[in-house]
Design a protein around this ligand. Sequence first.
Ligand code: NAP
Ligand code: ZN
Ligand code: ZN
Length: 353
Amino acid sequence: MPSDVKSWGALEAKKPLEPYQFTRRDVGPGDVSIKIAFCGVCHSDLHVVRDDWKNSTFPLVPGHEIVGHVTAVGDKVTKYKVGDTVGVGCLVDSCRDCRECQRGLEQYCPVKRTGTYNGKCTDGTGPVTMGGYSDHIVVREEFVLRIPEGLDLAATAPLLCAGITTYSPLKHWGVKEGSKVGVIGLGGLGHMAVKIAAAMGAEVTVFTTSESKVADAKRLGAHHSVISKDAAQMKAVFRTFNVIIDTVGVPHDLTPYLETLDLDGVHVLVGLPDTPNPEFPPNRLVLQRRSLAGSNIGGIPETQEMLDFCAAHHIVSDIELISIDYINEAYERMLKSDVKYRFVIDIASSFSK
Ligand code: NAP
Ligand code: ZN
Ligand code: ZN
């Protein structure tokens, strides 16, 4: 039997979220049903609710940093059983057959890559998939992650997007002991990048626009901070970094940051502004063999690897736990960079009221 879901969603672009009911599919042979305990609030949720990327379908229930417990499994499920503590990140399906999927890079599947929300829904329950601001979710077992023991569950939720989105490029561009890493923006993604890069042995510098975050940057594991609006501080890190992770979600001038890359350094964009960044002079790349790159979340095997890495290094997110009825204020605060450092919704208590 399909199941009724309690959730909060956006009925139209730019409207406040409100209570919303919909139906999830029955638990199929390869499915896992999860009672959601906590769901992190990603800036992408806000982009999609505001239809910044012009691809949102309403009604829409955001949320792709999901942790909870298995309540039912289909006949063919082998990896999970009732009671297991599990997570779901940004993906709930892909073609599972193409070159990218076979390499565990489902996030780059060109055939069928189904986002956890606002993805094309193929189970007949609606036009788009519905995310984790909801009391339960039904997901194919291949897209369910195992949450290692010993991690605080609420603070683990943000690893499912903010964690993997920063782990993946740090790993891909070979960050290791002694690497010099810059992180632009100390928000949800940025603070995870700091913790993970520091655990990989890197010397980490935070670029922030918020002077109030400098002390926190150090506490989170950064070795240095640069106020990015201060030209003298920017000049002091000229030609320093091997890898920069850029988490800024609004258009911004890359030129001053490119100047801080060392020879062969790479500036990796993970932030997704809705309009282009200003142009920059090509010589900022050419004269020091620098690269400008991008990176999209992470595949399922790498997400599991990241969770295990975080458990081994005792890494979780710094969170502010909220009830679902605070979500609209949380969004307003996120727009003002007033987040320390990830809102997480206490789903279980929000929906038991
Ligand atoms: P967030 O928590 O709101 O953090 C963004 C941070 O950017 C802010 O806290 C702020 O840090 C900094 N910032 C804001 N305005 C700025 C400006 N004008 N100039 C420079 N820095 C500015 O957001 P998030 O959840 O980390 O997400 C960040 C972006 O990544 C969003 O666009 C999101 O959609 C995208 N994203 C991409 C992926 C992917 O797979 N590529 C995955 C998840 C999210 P300071 O106060 O330190 O300056
Ligand atoms: Zn996200
Ligand atoms: Zn594929």
